[in-house]
Ligand binder design. Sequence first.
Ligand code: CA
Length: 225
Amino acid sequence: MRELILVIEDEERILTFLRRGLIYEGYRVETASDGAAGLASARDNPPDLVILDWMLPGIDGLEVCRRLRAASSVPILMLTAKDAVSDRVQGLDAGADDYLVKPFALDEVLARLRALLRRAKPETPEVLTFADLRLDTGTHQAFRGERAIELTAKEYELLELFLQHPRQVLTREVIYDRVWGYDFGGESNIIEVYVRYLRQKTEAEGEERLLHTVRGVGYVLRETA
Ligand code: CA
């Protein structure tokens, strides 16, 4: 379920920044610090999306892009310090799907990534609903009534989990395991933080609360009693 992102970037600082941010959002991440290593990684462990730096030692990003594209249709997000129109055209000609000009914010990366992954996903969409809450698993769009709700990747996964188990109390352990994929040992407040985000978004216009706390246990999606 969790998508694998391959990041090919020689700048350690940016690589670390992206790896942390992506893992925090729940993606699986592979990294490579030059083109040859990136191509080998893509071949051995095919990613769902590639974030590719333009300026790489050895085989440059443009050439890596061409070779990736020759082998698969994996979405490619290029990172570049260049902002000239001709550079963008060159990259698109080489098969890149989208661009991000350095310096960029993590939110921008995540937004582009979601859009690219969404486009790449051919699976049969399913619409999960509870009360007036709707989640389209094809487009990853959420609605409260007619109101569209923007979700980050993690928020989406969390809401999807609740919608798959309406009126069922989900323990913190189950939520950690299903959404974050590892055991937090109950130390972290990450679930509380994300539940708060989801509440803010699903109750933004004063709608009735659907995501309830079950003290000492976890959370449940249900109508207000
Ligand atoms: Ca670079």
